[in-house]
Design a protein around this ligand. Structure first.
Ligand SMILES: [Zn+2]
Length: 337
């Protein structure tokens, strides 16, 4: 199996014209040679934070505050989730996973509500998919029997020490929302030594130092933050201190598209497009220990092939910027997962 075109190679996305040789799903070589192909080959995306359970409630509750929308147990989202039929939940989650697969997402990390049953549902929804689901269960420690880890709502809701200790015992992930509406839950979250923190809209300089010293990665969800009115994360500061990955958060609020998330970030912040593309690929792979997210020999070949000659991308004078700022599903020629 071979793919030809302009290859975004390595962690710096060096542009190489040539061929990727793939054997048994692995990149075995990148051969530099001239080609007439206008294809652009990049790593498939990693969506580092989702809640696809609320795919049943897209665009419900517009104008509501963060608490009214998503705070457990009485936020609109949780009321809609608990009143939904399991089959509907599963089929809508399945459709969000299918969507992610068609728009270039190789893996997503989901905080799944509903305890063990909730985790079972997302596993069912993902049965026939080639997209990898990293599922962090909630509500009870027992989710660790079948989930990839525990996804804590936030240290305001509970102490979570026991959950954290259990994840350590079984060597699974512990992630937690923190610093979303204000800075008050950041210290208590850092004390739990999480594998990653979601949001971090409001860190102080001490918090940034502490992220750096403890090597704690952050997943940011800027579109979600804007919708819920909590502000925007200081992305540049975060990038200067730790690994930062992008997530699209609740499907209720946003489509799970990294194209949209990247374009949004690139237009609101003065950030190198390479940093933004890394946040959508290799940084998530680093947090979740995935053997892809970068085009290099010996990595799994999970790749996205764009048509560099599409009406949207032809005439680009900076391929990486164009991928980050304007590319979309219509430019996709192939998703190789
Ligand atoms: Zn979340």
């Amino acid at each position: 199996m071979q793919l030809q075109g302009t290859i975004l190679s390595g962690y710096d996305f060096d542009l190489i014209e040539g061929t990727i040789i793939i054997e048994n799903g692995q990149i075995v070589a990148i051969e530099e040679e001239s080609t007439s192909s206008k294809n652009i080959i990049l790593p498939a995306f990693i969506n580092s934070h989702t809640h696809i359970g609320d795919s049943i409630a897209k665009d419900a509750g517009s104008g509501l505050s963060l608490d009214e929308l998503v705070a457990p147990p009485n936020g609109l989202k949780h009321r809609l989730l608990s009143s939904a039929k399991p089959d509907d939940l599963i089929s809508q989650m399945k459709r969000s996973i299918q969507l992610m697969g068609t728009i270039g997402v190789a893996a997503f990390a989901d905080f799944r509500e509903g305890g063990i049953e909730g985790v079972r549902m997302i596993h069912k929804a993902n049965l026939e998919s080639s997209v990898d689901a990293i599922v962090l269960g909630r509500d009870t420690i027992e989710v660790l029997d079948i989930a990839d880890g525990f996804g804590a709502s936030g240290s305001r809701d509970s102490d979570f020490t026991q959950e954290r200790n259990s994840t350590k015992t079984v060597n699974k992930l512990f992630g937690i929302h923190a610093g979303e509406r204000d800075k008050l839950d950041i210290d208590t979250s850092l004390e739990l030594e999480p594998d990653f923190i979601v949001h971090m809209v409001h860190p102080t300089s001490e918090h940034l130092d502490s992220l750096q010293n403890t090597n704690t990665p952050v997943v940011i969800c800027p579109r979600s933050n804007l919708v819920t009115g909590v502000g925007l994360p200081p992305i540049e500061d975060l990038l200067n201190h730790t690994t930062v990955a992008l997530g699209t958060d609740n499907v209720m609020l946003n489509s799970p598209s990294l194209f949209r998330e990247m374009a949004f970030v690139s237009k609101l912040f003065e950030i190198d497009p390479r940093d933004i593309l890394r946040m959508a690929t290799s940084s998530g792979a680093a947090i979740f220990d995935l053997d892809y997210g970068v085009i290099k020999p010996n990595k799994q070949a999970k790749l996205l092939v764009l048509d560099g000659d599409s009406n949207n991308l032809s005439g680009s004078s900076d391929i990486i910027s164009s991928i980050v700022r304007r590319a979309g599903p219509a430019d996709i020629k192939q998703v190789y997962l």
